[in-house]
Design a protein around this ligand. Structure first.
Ligand SMILES: Nc1nc2c(ncn2[C@@H]2O[C@H](COP(=O)(O)OP(=O)(O)O)[C@@H](O)[C@H]2O)c(=O)[nH]1
Ligand SMILES: [Mg+2]
Length: 410
């Protein structure tokens, strides 16, 4: 089975730009395998992470992507994006769309927390003048809601549960906790890490004090639902000061990306209507035909270009890339069947790019390509480095890999 699609959840208050971000990120003028893309439902769609395509690294003129897209030498690989219901204070107690929100959140691998960096929405999401509301408070309060919900779900009925597992061997304790939280897309490895970070390894769960249980669930949330802060509306002048202030207040290495979703949406729409050429994630764009622009469009595009010069782009692509590659620690690998042509059996060059966890082994990759391939696993050929490796080889980013198998088809 191919690797599961990464699920990215967009969270935040009302009116901060969640839907604008979602619409921009899912608007792409290309097709995968003849499927036009595609909003799965009003709030679920396909967005893409972007990396330099392996065909460029290999010095090939082009490639034939199947599960992804190649634009101007950049490979765009789909991830699922959720526009989660707006979150308000008290959501973890079921206020507003709280329950719907928490339900969407359950499935996500990583969260983009959209924050109105201009501070033009108050804590309930009502519009106010720019600079009025403190985005730092917004960051804290939304995280608090998510953490509280997590705590409420994980810690429910803890005294009884912990007594049940207390006498089991530690390994079994971990498994039972993992099983208990599996409905939140939390895996065993998350539990192991959270227990280590909370310094609760090899302790008896029923002896945990209240604050230890809280620390564990907090670490678990950070591990299983990590957040990237999207500092949105950076095109509004008031946002600059706020951004600097927030960055220096968040000294604990948290990911924060300056973004203008509004500008990204404008660029993607202009590209779709043929006014400009723009590759999502680029630091600039080209006007196709100056004569076709109205004066207003020209001014707007100039303003966008200024912004992109200052920030290196609009930030939308950067936020997605950071969430998937940096925060989740994923890499791109390209399985091939024919090593001399870098292709599948039909001659398609670099047809698939898989998003996999860094450290995935060659054998695990074989399983993702085809179970049969894994059964007869002999070795793997890292084609781009012309290296033969064994089953426990850990893939690294950009690997082009052929599995050599006794049960290889064809
Ligand atoms: N200036 C500016 N406005 C934005 C940006 N993103 C969203 N908006 C505006 O903020 C308002 C709320 O946006 P929306 O996407 O509906 O927010 P949601 O409620 O979080 O989904 C709309 O008027 C958007 O045009 C941005 O990056 N810059
Ligand atoms: Mg919305």
């Amino acid at each position: 089975m191919p690797p599961p699609t990464v699920l990215v959840g967009i969270v935040g208050k009302t009116n901060v730009g969640k839907t604008t971000f979602f619409t921009a990120a899912t608007l792409i003028d290309a097709k995968i395998e003849n499927r036009p893309f595609v909003t799965i439902s009003p709030n679920v769609g396909m967005a893409y992470v972007r990396k330099r395509c392996a065909h460029v690294e290999l010095g090939l003129p082009s490639c034939d992507p199947k599960n992804s897209i190649c634009l101007s030498g950049y490979r765009f690989v789909p991830v699922k994006l959720y526009d989660v219901a707006g979150l308000i204070k008290g959501a973890h107690r079921g206020r507003g769309l709280g329950n719907k929100f928490m339900d969407d959140l359950r499935q996500a691998d990583v969260l983009l927390h959209i924050v109105d960096m201009a501070g033009e929405t108050d804590e309930e999401g009502n519009p106010v003048r720019p600079g009025y509301y403190d985005p730092l408070e917004e960051i804290e309060s939304i995280e608090y809601e998510i953490d509280e919900w997590f705590y409420g779900t994980v810690a429910r009925d803890w005294p009884r549960f912990s007594r049940e597992i207390d006498a089991l061997p530690w390994d079994e304790v971990v498994s039972r906790i993992a099983k208990r939280v599996s409905g939140l897309s939390i895996r065993r490895e998350h539990v192991v890490r959270a227990l280590r970070e909370a310094r609760l390894e090899n302790t008896r769960p029923s002896s945990w004090r209240g604050e230890e249980l809280r620390l564990f669930t907090k670490k678990l949330r950070e591990t299983a639902k990590p957040l990237v802060i999207v500092a949105n509306k950076m095109d509004i002048p008031e946002a600059e000061d706020n951004f600097r202030r927030v960055c220096s207040a968040l000294k604990d290495g948290r990911e924060i990306v300056p973004v203008s979703s509004l500008y990204e949406l404008a660029l993607r729409r202009a590209a779709r209507s043929g006014l400009i050429s723009y590759i999502p994630g680029d630091g600039d764009f080209q006007v196709v035909d100056e004569a076709r622009l109205t004066a207003r469009q020209r001014t707007a595009l100039e303003r966008i270009r200024e912004f992109m010069k200052r920030h290196g782009g609009t930030g939308v692509q950067e936020a997605l890339n950071r969430a998937v590659f940096d925060v989740l620690g994923m890499v791109l690998v390209y399985p091939v069947e024919n090593a001399s042509r870098f292709s599948d059996r039909h001659g398609n060059v670099l047809p698939d790019a898989y998003i996999v966890k860094e450290g995935t082994t060659a054998l695990e990759l074989a399983e993702m390509i085809h179970t049969e391939l894994a059964k007869g696993f002999i070795a793997a050929h890292v084609v781009n480095r012309d290296k033969r490796v064994g089953a426990d080889y850990r893939v690294s980013d950009g690997d082009v890999i052929r599995i050599i198998s006794a049960t290889a088809r064809g």
